[in-house]
Design a protein around this ligand. Structure first.
Ligand SMILES: [Zn+2]
Length: 488
């Protein structure tokens, strides 16, 4: 009996020791990240031409094997980059939705890490036990125009059964040929997801997909759940409360669900939103740290000791976030005051080449929004909402516009200027809306679907403005302001 207690104690202590080692590695990974970051991929709008030179670089590197495993509809190569000598195959693919690039960037960070001389002890362990296979940017045609679907207009993630897309066919063929033990299915989700009943964005969401309508848990699914519990504990350190659990309703046409069914423990990772991280570079870093830590725990088998029940303790994903929530606003209609909250989002509109974007603000909900949250929340109690007026002097061109002091104009109640010679673009650098000469000055309108642009007055003084969905402090700095609009 005593011997048994002693043995159990030893086992527990050694598990603690192992997990301690993993934890140390995780914090080192976080600290040293900049060393491995692939700096050429620093924006979300990345294309096949951006990753091609990187793939070629690893092709020439003897540590890696690069195989062309398929082609997109428009003829872009799909490459599988492999490293390791282990019997256990781990397969990671990203961006099957063309506008979901965060993990593609993280994959190249991970490849740089694997190529380096650092962390040699841990890497030796990983590459002896596992062979890692990366398929970055599964949907390059979608990435080209920054859209979810492929060139046929198909959502590849609903094509796991019919397999009409060459990209989906490639994914299935590679999965089958590797018979991978673990599969990382890497996506982005809307930045408007939050962890249920909190104002925290779901910076990362996880799912161990179900393989039947009953949502049963076999060993394949349980192992994915255990690794997710481990990854959640890592994200909690760097983004407390900012993890969500995706709905596990069975979707018979989706890849994750089928890959679990085919015998690979599928781990779905969704990169969501993070305050003031428009290009998701902090989230990319969290992908890097948590995926590498997960690979390490798969290599040394630590995840086996994790209680599968803990998976359900991760809060569910919800979609109750706005970019800006304005609460307790008094709005007058036909001479009567009403108390309303406004939910405001900023939509991204791409340029023609899909290399950059500007924002268009939109009121997406109105009324009692007390169950919703904002990345930014403003309590408008005691403020009066008024429309900005037209600046009396006509502006000649963009050059003279650049010289305007928008904050002082807003303070005086001006919200609009007319410009004689308009530029080609539809956005401005300042929170001062530009109108074409013949355009009438917009009236105050806070209906759903409208662009939120108005002033917030207290005791007759303009203290704040909302311009194109951005809250502007008229007496302070506004570092998050991106663009105003031009009405042609
Ligand atoms: Zn996706």
């Amino acid at each position: 009996m005593k011997l048994r207690i002693l043995l159990i104690t030893i086992i527990l202590l050694s598990t603690e020791l192992m997990l301690g080692q993993s934890e140390e590695m995780t914090s080192e990974l976080y600290k040293t990240y900049e060393k491995f970051k692939e700096v050429s991929l620093d924006k979300r709008r990345i294309k096949h031409t951006n990753i091609k030179p990187l793939v070629d670089k690893f092709h020439k590197n003897s540590k890696f094997t690069v195989n062309k495993v398929g082609q997109s509809i428009e003829g872009r190569d799909l490459n599988l980059i492999s490293i390791g000598k282990g019997k256990t195959n781990v397969f990671l693919w990203s961006q099957m939705h063309g506008d979901e690039p965060t993990a593609t960037q993280a994959i190249f960070d991970i490849l740089n890490f694997l190529d380096s001389d650092d962390f040699s002890k841990e890497k030796k362990k990983i590459l002896k036990k596992l062979t890692l296979h990366f398929l970055p940017m599964l949907n390059p045609d979608g990435a080209e125009v920054f859209t979810r679907r492929n060139a046929l207009g198909v959502d590849i993630n609903r094509d796991a059964l019919r397999l009409q897309s060459p990209e989906g066919k490639t994914l299935k063929r590679v999965r089958d040929s590797l018979n991978a033990e673990f599969g990382f299915n890497l996506h982005d989700q809307s930045t408007y997801y939050n962890a249920e009943r909190t104002d925290k964005p779901a910076t990362i969401s996880y799912l161990a997909p179900a393989y039947n309508y009953e949502k049963e848990i076999n060993d394949v699914r349980a192992n994915a759940m255990k690794v997710i519990v481990y990854m959640n504990s890592i994200i909690q350190k760097y983004a407390p409360g900012q993890v969500g659990r995706y709905s596990d309703d069975f979707e018979p046409r989706a890849f994750g669900d089928n890959i679990t069914k085919w015998g690979t423990s599928a781990i779905l990772i969704e990169s969501g939103g993070y305050l003031n991280d428009v290009e998701k570079q902090e989230i990319r870093k969290l992908n890097y740290v948590s995926i590498l830590s997960a690979i390490y725990t798969i290599a040394n088998g630590d995840y086996n000791d994790i209680a599968v029940e803990d998976y359900n303790k991760i809060p569910q994903n919800d979609r109750k976030l706005f970019n800006l929530k304005i609460k307790n606003l008094t709005y007058e209609l036909n001479g009567k005051p009403y108390k309303i909250d406004l939910g405001i989002n900023r939509i991204e509109v791409d340029n023609r080449e899909n290399t950059d974007f500007y924002n268009v603000g939109r009121i997406v909900d109105l009324g009692d929004l007390s169950t919703y949250y904002g990345y930014e929340t403003f309590d408008a109690e005691g403020y009066k909402i008024v429309a900005g007026t037209l600046y009396p002097t006509m502006i000649a061109s963009s050059t003279s516009y650049e010289r305007l002091n928008a904050l002082s104009m807003l303070k005086k109640g001006y919200g609009y200027v007319k410009m004689a010679k308009l530029p080609d673009v539809r956005y401005t650098s300042k929170p001062m809306t530009v109108l074409k000469v013949t355009k009438a000055t917009p009236k105050l309108d806070v209906n759903v679907g409208r662009n939120p642009t108005f002033l917030l007055q207290k005791n007759g003084v303009n203290e704040y403005a909302v311009v194109n969905g951005y809250l502007i402090n008229l007496n302070g700095e506004n570092p998050n302001f991106k663009n105003g609009l031009i009405y042609k």
